[in-house]
Write a protein that binds this ligand. Sequence first.
Ligand code: HEM
Length: 279
Amino acid sequence: MSSNDYDPAVEGAETDFARKMSYSDYLQLDALLGAQHPISDAHDEMLFIIQHQTSELWMRLAIHELRAARHAIAREEVSPAMKMLARVSRIFEQLNNAWDVLRTMTPSEYTHFRSRLGQSSGLQSYQYRLIEYLLGNRNGAMLKPHAHDPEVTALLKAELATPSLYDEVLRLADRKGLTMPAAVLSRDVHETHHFDESVMQAWRRVYEAPEANWMLYELAEKLVDFEDYFRRWRFNHVTTVERVIGFKRGTGGTGGVSYLKRMLEVELFPELWRVRTVL
Ligand code: HEM
């Protein structure tokens, strides 16, 4: 060690973790960094694994925030909910930027290990499905790939039985005087909510007089902001997929790009998008 080298112990930094919780202990890095097991010799498989694992970690945080935001909205604690929704948008922004790393993998490189993936696919990501369900895109048929896992099935079914984030927003808006249609407020929450003219007219009142309805106006714009980022995620995904596998079928068995393009049409908060046309 040269005399210029920094020695953390001199300034009093702790260096003995034999009996104290260290950084690795707290973050369980042994488990986290011990979970990357490529099953081929392909150099790029590590990128592929880490890209998916980091996405799953960010999704985990998104679920944590979305659930808490929904709970806060139901309790009319709108300011903290707004902060959480802003964070979820930033998470999706992060996920959107992450595609740039994956795009450095060419089709030739991916073919070195694609066949080793078998039938596994992001289509079976239960956290992704949970996010879709939480937000209100509730296709019960997407439970099927999880039938072999009772715990995950129970988790997703419980989510389907719970009002979505948007349901809670519409209920709040109704309590705050917007008068949402009874059929929408008492709808079967297991299903996806579809565009409703009266809901759009209610939002129209908010957008035509933001000052008089500031809280709902701000909340609505937070939702639009988030859906905007989510749409960009779907778009980045399908573009990356086309770039890497062209129009091949997906490992999960769908038409691949054709399936993902169909998903671009999903509208989570349909009235908030349509209201713009009538202003
Ligand atoms: C080279 C990289 C990738 C390729 C070629 C790819 C390909 C595909 C394809 C073809 C599908 C349609 C389902 C199927 O038949 O398999 C799909 C779905 C999906 N992928 Fe990817 N994917 C890639 C990267 C990722 C990454 C990094 C994530 C992040 C977690 C991800 C998450 C998902 C999810 C959540 C779905 C289901 C989407 C839905 O149901 O709307 N994919 N992927």
